[in-house]
Structure formats: C-alpha cells, structure tokens
Design a protein around this ligand. Sequence first.
Ligand SMILES: *[C@@H]1O[C@H](CO)[C@@H](O)[C@H](O)[C@H]1NC(C)=O
Ligand SMILES: *[C@@H]1O[C@H](CO)[C@@H](O)[C@H](O)[C@H]1NC(C)=O
Ligand SMILES: *[C@@H]1O[C@H](CO)[C@@H](O)[C@H](O)[C@H]1NC(C)=O
Ligand SMILES: *[C@@H]1O[C@H](CO)[C@@H](O)[C@H](O)[C@H]1NC(C)=O
Ligand SMILES: *[C@@H]1O[C@H](CO)[C@@H](O)[C@H](O)[C@H]1NC(C)=O
Ligand SMILES: *[C@@H]1O[C@H](CO)[C@@H](O)[C@H](O)[C@H]1NC(C)=O
Ligand SMILES: *[C@@H]1O[C@H](CO)[C@@H](O)[C@H](O)[C@H]1NC(C)=O
Ligand SMILES: *[C@@H]1O[C@H](CO)[C@@H](O)[C@H](O)[C@H]1NC(C)=O
Ligand SMILES: *[C@@H]1O[C@H](CO)[C@@H](O)[C@H](O)[C@H]1NC(C)=O
Length: 874
Amino acid sequence: MPSLMRVLLFVSLLFCPIPVLSSSGPEDKESNLHIRPRTDLPPGYSSPDYYPTPNGGWVSEWADAYAKAQKVVSQMTLAEKVNITSGTGYFMGPCVGNTGSALRFGIPNLCLQDGPLGIRNTDHNTAFPAGITTGATFDKELMYARGVALGQEARGKGINVQMGPVVGPLGRKPRSGRIWEGFGADPSLQAIGAAKTIQGMQSVGVIATLKHFIGNEQEMYRMTDVFQQGYSSNIDDRTLHEIYLWPFAEGVRAGVGSVMAAYNDVNGTACTQNSKLLNDLLKDELGFQGFVVSDWYAQIGGVSSALAGLDMAMPGDGAVPLLGDSFWNYELSTAILNGTVPVERLNDMATRIVATWYKMGQDKEYPLPNFSTNTQDATGPLYPGALFSPTGVVNQFVNVQADHNVVARAVARDAITLLKNVDNTLPLKRNASLKIFGADAGPNPDGLNSCSDQGCDKGVLTMGWGSGSARLPYLITPQDAIRNVSSNAQFYISDSFPSGISAGPNDIAVVFINADSGENYITVEGNPGDRLVAGLYSWHNGDELVQAAAKKFSTVVVVVHTVGPIILENWIDLPSVKAVLFAHLPGQEAGDSLVDVLFGDYSPSGHLPYTIPYKESDYPASVSLIDQPFGQIQDTYTERIYIDYRHFLQANITPRYPFGHGLSYTTFNFSEASLSTITPLTQYPPSRPPKGPTPTYNNTIPPASEVAWPKDFNRIWRYLYPYLDNPEAATSTAPYPYPTGYTTTPQPPPRAGGSQGGNPALWDVAFNVSVKVSNTGSRPGRAVAQLYVELPASTLGVDLPPLQLRQFEKTAILPPGGSQVLTLSVTRKDLSIWDVVAQDWKAPVNGQGVKFWIGESVADLKVVCEVGGQCRRV
Ligand SMILES: *[C@@H]1O[C@H](CO)[C@@H](O)[C@H](O)[C@H]1NC(C)=O
Ligand SMILES: *[C@@H]1O[C@H](CO)[C@@H](O)[C@H](O)[C@H]1NC(C)=O
Ligand SMILES: *[C@@H]1O[C@H](CO)[C@@H](O)[C@H](O)[C@H]1NC(C)=O
Ligand SMILES: *[C@@H]1O[C@H](CO)[C@@H](O)[C@H](O)[C@H]1NC(C)=O
Ligand SMILES: *[C@@H]1O[C@H](CO)[C@@H](O)[C@H](O)[C@H]1NC(C)=O
Ligand SMILES: *[C@@H]1O[C@H](CO)[C@@H](O)[C@H](O)[C@H]1NC(C)=O
Ligand SMILES: *[C@@H]1O[C@H](CO)[C@@H](O)[C@H](O)[C@H]1NC(C)=O
Ligand SMILES: *[C@@H]1O[C@H](CO)[C@@H](O)[C@H](O)[C@H]1NC(C)=O
Ligand SMILES: *[C@@H]1O[C@H](CO)[C@@H](O)[C@H](O)[C@H]1NC(C)=O
C-alpha cells in the first residue's frame, strides 16, 4: 500500500509527461506507465503464455457454491458483474478495499481489510502475535485457534475478505522487511501455518486471502509505478514448485477463498498479469476455485490482467490514484463491449467472487462494516477520497475482542524460544534481585499507537510495521508484567547503560533488545522496510547494552524481540551471558506471556522458525538485498532450493543456532519409534481425476445499455463506477493485438492437477512415523517432534538438501516422568521432487531409500527410521 505521501507525489506527477514503454504482457493502451526500460532477463528465463483462464467450479467441494453463484451471475447485468470485480477507489468506502455492489442479489460492497495479525486501523480489536511467532510455536492447534479468533474479529467488524495469512515472503532473504508476517523460512512450516490459519478464519465465514503470490521476497523496488519498474524474481520451475509454491498449494488445498497477486514481476512479467502463474499454476495445476485479487496498485494493465487471470482489482484506481482513473470499472465495461475481453472471462471472474461469498455463507446475515479504516473518529466523510463526500457515522467502536487475549497470550508464550540456558539460570525466582535494562522492556514513550501503522521502534517491539500491523488495544509491557510478579526488580528503561550502577553478587541483569522491519512505504531509522542499514544486528546499540551489562553483572539474561534472525556474536559467548530468550513479536500480551516463561510457570517450548548464522556472509550471496541504480532489478534465485537451513546443510556451514532449535526447562527422551507404510508409492501419482463441470452462460456481448448511467444517479465525484457516458461508442469490432500465445480454447488439464492443491493422490499418507516422547527432567514441559525427510537423491536423479522438514507435532504439557506417543503422517508429496520434464511429482518407489529423522532441531536428531529397515535412536 503506498503512503499518502506517495499518493500525493503521484498526483503532482500527473501533469508531467510520462514516457511510453512496452510491457511484456498483452498490449494494452492503459498500461503505458513504465518509466524505465526493462533490462534483459538472464538467459533461459521467460514467462510463457497460458490462456485462457480455466473457469472455476470444477471441484466437487465447491459445486454447491458454484451452483448458487451460477443462478445469480446468469441474471446479472454487465454493470453488476463489473461492479463486484472492481474496487471503488482508494478512500472510497470504510475498508482499505471496497468493491461495487449488486444489491439486487443481496451482495453489498464487499469489504477487504488488512491484515494477518489482527484488523488494521481499528479499535477494540486484538493485536495478536505475528506469523513468525505463530510459526515458532510449532503448535497446529494454536495456529488454528488464532485463525478462528482472527476471523471472529473480522466478522464482527463486517469484513468480508481479510488480507492474510502471508506465506510470501517465505524467508529467502533474512533482511527482507516482511518475513515476520509469515511463519518461517521453510515451505512446510509455512504451509501448515497457513492452512491452519485459513481453516480457522474461514470456519467463521470470513474469506481468507493467501498472499503475496509470488516471489515477493524483498520490499525495496517491489512496485511498478511511474517512478520505477518493480524487480523481477527469476525462479526456475523446480525451485518454484518445491519452495515458493508449496505453501500456496497447501493453502489452496485448505480451501482458501482468495489469493493476492504480488507487486513484483516473475520472469519479467508482473504477477497481476502473468498468465503462467495465475492461469496455469494457480488455477489449473493447483485447482484454485476462489478469486485472485491484486495487491493494492499492483495492477498495471486492464485487458492484460483480465486475460491473465486476475479476478478483482484493488483498490480499483488506475496507475495514478484518486483521480477517478481505473484499469477496470468503466474500462472493463468498454473492454467487454468492444469484444476484447471475452464475456466468458468476466462471467468467470464474477462467478468466482460470488461462489466464494456463498461458500463462506456470507449470504446469511453477514454484518456490514461498522468501522472505518480511514479515521478513528465516530463521524466523518463516507468517501474521504471524494473531497465532497456525504458524512455520517463511520466508527461504531464495536468490541470484537471477546476472550482472544487468552489465545494471543498462549501463542506468544508457547513461541518463546530458549536459545541458551547455562547453569539453569532460568527460570528466575520470584524474589531474585533483578535489574532490567533496555527501552524494549517498556512502553512507547510517545504513547500507544503513536506511530501510524507501527512505523517506529519505540518501547517493546510487539510487531513489525506496515499494512501487516494492527493497533494495540492495550499493551502489557515486560515492565508491567515483571513489576507485577517480582518484589525485587529495578527498571532502567533506556538503551544506554546507566553509569554508576552497582551490581551485587546475586543480582541478575535482564537486558531487552530488539530488531524491527516492515513494509516498504514507511522508512524507519533508515530502513525502507527491509533491514537496509540495520543489517542483521539488534537496533539502538542493543549489542553494546548487553556487553555493558555483561561487564558489570555475573549473570545476564537477554530477551530479544525480533522480526527474524540477528547476529548474536558480539555477546553470545560472554561468560556472564547465561541465558537468551527469543520472544519474537508477541503482540499485545508481550509482558504476561514472557513472565509466564521467565519465572517458570511454563517451560519454554518455542523453536526457531529460521537459522541463526554466525555471520551474514554465511548465507548465499544471492539472498542479499538488491538495490541497483539502473534498469529493472533482476533478482535471480541462483541459490535455487538452498535457502535457510537447506543451504547451511548443503554448504556444510555450522550455524550459531540451527533451524528448529529451542531448549526447555526440562529434558525429553525420544524412544520406541516405529514406521508404518500406509499407502505404497508408485514413482508418479495415479492419474488425476478429470475436471468436473463448470457453470455455463450465455456468452454473447450484452447490450451496451446495461452500462449506461442509471437515471437520476447520485454520482460521487471520483468514485469508480462501471458506467459509461456513451456506451454505444464502446462497441467495436476492431482487432486487438493479443499476445502471441493467446487462445480461447481451453488447455489440456495439467497432469499434476486434479483438485484443490493439485492431484489429490499427492496427499495420500504414505507413511506414519510414531515416537514416544518422555519428560525425563524435573519440570513440566512441552516437546516438539520435528520430522525431517532424507530423500534418495540418486534414485530421484536430482540434487537435494540432506534434510527437509515435512511434519511436526507438539506434546501436551508433560509432567516429569510423563510421556506421549506422537504420530507424524508423511504424504506422497512430502517425499516427492518436482520433475521438470514430466511436469509431475516424482517419488522413490515404495519410499525405497527414504530416511525419516525426528528431532528437536535440524541438528539435534533423536531417532531415525529407514524404509525397509529399523528405527533406531541416534
Ligand atoms: C521462469 O523461467 C524458468 C527458466 O526458464 C522456468 O523454469 C520457469 O518455469 C519460469 N516460471 C514462470 C512462472 O514463468
Ligand atoms: C454498483 O456499485 C455502486 C456502489 O459501489 C452502486 O451505487 C451501484 O448501484 C451498483 N450498480 C449496480 C448496477 O448494482
Ligand atoms: C456492526 O457490528 C455489529 C456487531 O457485530 C453487527 O450486529 C452490525 O450488523 C454491524 N454492522 C453495522 C452496519 O452496524
Ligand atoms: C477495448 O477496450 C479496452 C478498454 O478500454 C481497450 O484497452 C482495448 O484496446 C479496446 N479494444 C479495441 C480493439 O479497441
Ligand atoms: C528467595 O527466597 C528463598 C526462600 O524462599 C531464599 O532462600 C532466598 O535467599 C531468597 N533470595 C533472595 C535474593 O532474596
Ligand atoms: C498481575 O497479576 C495478577 C495476578 O496474577 C493478574 O491478574 C494481572 O492481570 C497481572 N497484571 C499484569 C499487568 O500483568
Ligand atoms: C531414553 O529411552 C531409551 C529407550 O527407552 C533408554 O534406553 C534411555 O536410557 C533413555 N534415556 C534417558 C536419559 O532416560
Ligand atoms: C444471449 O444474450 C444476448 C445478449 O444479451 C441475447 O440477445 C440473447 O437472446 C441471449 N440468448 C439466449 C439464448 O438467452
Ligand atoms: C496415521 O497417523 C494419523 C495421525 O497423523 C492417524 O490419524 C491415522 O489413523 C494413522 N493411520 C494409520 C493407518 O495408523
């Protein structure tokens, strides 16, 4: 989302001449706003044409919803169909995105609102822990429960479509600004986190939006606009399938209603008009039945995006916001009347949207928006973008929090990751003499929510900044919560170490440091979203604060709130640094979740959702930020499938803390592992089921009169409508210069498809691995069993990371001596590689040569089972 600043710049630039350049999508007279020439793609990368868009409705789970949608859409006028596919313009309604309506069928202006950790820009909401925190729990039930609570709050505010969860960025680049919105730097962790969140959100009728599709792994230079050409993520087919597409496949399988197309290009074509991505991979191979929505201002062409598979344009404006300019709305009406966009395509767009609305049950007593993303005031303009707007009540301050603080606290607590704990320094005794250091332990001195979209790093870091943030309804700081339980704590809420402090022999220093990042449209302390100047170090001289404390105190506990990996080497090995906790981004319950763990009411049970290296140069060079002065940035994924721990293992680089690492106050023993074959594996899955039927329509171009302005229509200035002043003039039979590969004849169904997510046989459980986990220590605690597969690279004929996470399960709180048997199911897909020649998933026959490793991190493996062999402890 661009800032208001950017919007104003856009507007002022409007009166400057704009150079015209060609786009690699279909020719389109509206999409002429590129300012820089494309630099060439690296040899071998291209974005093949794939037309037409496969119509939705062919998956049996959606058949009822599509049957209802078909009844409605077959009666809709052109204006109504265009209405529900197009946004009404930025600041033209209560939500960050608002579609037109079709009230004859009970379809209101659909409300689209951020974000993935709570409702953005509102009140009486919960600010939940971020995605990265949720990933660190490795707890599927909490992932689901948080999703339900998120959905309930969205529904309570009248939000139809919630912008989350996030699985892209996936975590390729450790400095990337928004890696904290997703669940961690592994495709299976992202996939499970997203699927549980989607199921939770949609269980209460909210349409979830899985984003950002795809290759949006850096914030800087992501957008194509009048100032710049967004970067191109150049990704080979196997890497796309095995890493970046993987969580999208799982989200589609979970039934996600909406997918957001990203700002950037992939292989030189913008995601919003990339037919290979949207028509082929998402809608055909993955069988996506919902609708594709553009990221805000990611649409750069009208005809091109419609043909390539975009279904909803947000916020509806053209390249220059707020001037009544659009790529769709009245332009889409024109493109239908002149025959350039087939009626069939518009029918499919509308059907996908209406079917999704029915699928989630939004036809039944769904609330209308009762809040405004534009203001905190009770009353104000209904359409702030209109300048002259009717006014009214815009915020009803509906309290949607219920008891969601409970799940928010549970997620934040069970995510806390104990990296180091020498001499059982933790847990702390309640009467221990504590000296607490760091601004990160306290409140924002300027006041709660004083920074718009959390665009600052002041006080305890509860979330990153940008559209993925939410306002805090309240905040329990570490200071509040520690003061509440400790009779003996002194606070030095500052980032400079106080001079002249005396340290008694039993004093314990607890030092709070943090590292922030966020979305590109806000720059915080020189960091334009990505951690450009901060690098992978803690902010505000956090390392010096720890060092200063370590000089004075013989026992130092470090608490880190962070968006992602940071380098710890400036202090981690200092003898007095005895314990380190990563509390990630905890949301509003920051303090009490921490105190739960710090004082031993709960054992920590979080695990790192990424690797922490010794130094940044341990990562592949290709995952650093790219900031080049001329031409389009070509961000080529030359490291291929080797990101995060896959890279460290492959390159034989020992990290400081491995992926999955996390200690407890107790210890666990893994024993009695067993492996059972559930479904024998053929090399390729059995052939896919055929597609079911899709709705049929009268696809004749409708009469132009359907988009004439209604009589006495009360038109809002600069609001975007489907109507034309002179509709008859739009009809034409002139030829249109379609892209070379354009056709209206459906493609043969891809072999790897068949249902939501792909061929359903990919989800056949191939093996179950069971393991008994016993608490062998003296305190209660929860263990996580992480299952990594080792696949036979030579049998599969490819290079492979030695280990890949595919499954995890978490125990209940086990008392000392207690135990629990966990069963981890591994699917066919989990054991497959993407065969680029066959264009299908290839597995080792009957799993021959596969090893299943279960452990407490990727480097702390406890048991191994070999197919056809034994399970043993290691
Ligand atoms: C991008 O180009 C690579 C290299 O040719 C190819 O393997 C891949 O399928 C392309 N992906 C897309 C989405 O166009
Ligand atoms: C299109 O939506 C607008 C509101 O956004 C509404 O005023 C108009 O009546 C709708 N048109 C039709 C044909 O329903
Ligand atoms: C606002 O929220 C309340 C409570 O969720 C709901 O009953 C109402 O329908 C919502 N919408 C409006 C416009 O009041
Ligand atoms: C039809 O209308 C669309 C939208 O204005 C335009 O982009 C396209 O070029 C037109 N087609 C022809 C053949 O003029
Ligand atoms: C805390 O209380 C325990 C007894 O409950 C006592 O042994 C210990 O000395 C106390 N520690 C401090 C720092 O007061
Ligand atoms: C302080 O502790 C009491 C009792 O455990 C609890 O009810 C309250 O919520 C706590 N307040 C804070 C700010 O942690
Ligand atoms: C863990 O379990 C195994 C198998 O039951 C046993 O041999 C071993 O002694 C146990 N280890 C501990 C520390 O309890
Ligand atoms: C199909 O739509 C066209 C244009 O609205 C109309 O003239 C025609 O009668 C329709 N055909 C059928 C079979 O309904
Ligand atoms: C395999 O494990 C799952 C739990 O992950 C369980 O539901 C299923 O029943 C198991 N299958 C068999 C055949 O034991």
